[in-house]
Design a protein around this ligand. Structure first.
Ligand code: ZN
Ligand code: ZN
Length: 274
């Protein structure tokens, strides 16, 4: 059986656990594949890793990979923000590309930060959340040209504080058309989409990213998917995995992607355990 998470933070950025603690928990929880994806250096993000930390970040993961090689497969990755691409993919087994910021009226605002910040962004759009969504997805689709990126991080992050749909309905037709246009371009580019349970573990959401309506669209379009917990706390390493796997199956997906020493491969859905 396969149990995988490729979206894992540690004390090198805003995670709570050391690399070693995280690996030990992964083994206890029956994971077979664990990839670390610290926040790549980003001028707008003070909790991101610093350029000078990257060598020891990678070294420590490689040491754990060797130490636990008989128990779990470990991979060195990075979560790169769209505002600051990594200079080279060479030191990494995989790259998650994420959009955490939006530029509006010459200001850079954090999409991920808080309800109050989401209000501020909406205000900068004159109260029009749909215009925000349009800009967000138009920018996100540029990830198609980021050849280093394997996985698109938390596709509809802008909806983080919209669990009660007070900004917008998840099935608003105009909203869906922007998101779907973005998905079309990213599927075409062969990107992998993560089902990300991170906001559930932190109490912001009851359902993973992306929303079911987008996941169904992704299925229709033949999009490749992966299940990730965007883990910042080892206790949450498989948070909402069982429920998400059920949802993925119910929608009709018959496979998910796994990282192997030879790169990403497709594996039948029934090989994924809990
Ligand atoms: Zn992220
Ligand atoms: Zn993350």
């Amino acid at each position: 059986m396969i149990k995988q998470n490729l979206h894992t933070h540690s004390v090198y950025c805003d995670g709570k656990d050391t690399i070693d603690q995280m690996v030990q928990t992964a083994i206890q929880k029956g994971f077979t594949i664990l990839g670390f994806s610290g926040h790549g250096p980003c001028r707008y993000d003070e909790v991101a890793m610093k350029e000078e930390d990257l060598v020891s970040y990678r070294k420590e993961i490689l040491a754990a990979k060797e130490k636990y090689k008989d128990q779990i497969q470990i991979y060195v990755g990075i979560e790169e923000d769209m505002t600051q691409r990594i200079p080279s993919k060479d030191p990494y087994d995989f790259v998650i590309g994420s959009k955490h910021f939006i530029q509006v009226k010459n200001q850079v605002k954090n999409v991920d930060y808080s309800q109050a910040m989401t209000d501020e962004i909406t205000d900068l759009y004159g109260g029009d959340f749909l215009s925000y969504a349009k800009d967000y997805y138009e920018d996100l689709q540029k990830l198609a040209q980021f050849e280093e990126v394997d996985i698109v991080g938390h596709l509809d992050l802008l909806m983080k504080f919209n669990e009660d749909e007070h900004y917008l309905s998840f099935t608003d037709p105009a909203y869906l058309s922007y998101a779907q246009a973005c998905i079309d371009v990213l599927v075409q580019a062969g990107k992998i989409f993560e089902i990300n349970t991170g906001a559930i573990s932190r109490g912001y959401r009851k359902h993973p990213y992306p929303h079911k309506s987008l996941l169904e669209y992704l299925f229709q379009k033949g999009g490749k998917i992966i299940l990730n917990s965007d883990c910042h706390d080892c206790h949450m390493l498989d948070c909402h995995y069982a429920e998400s796997l059920k949802q993925i199956r119910d929608i009709g997906f018959t496979s998910m992607m796994v990282l192997t020493p030879e790169g990403f491969k497709e594996a039948p859905i029934d090989q994924f355990g809990l």
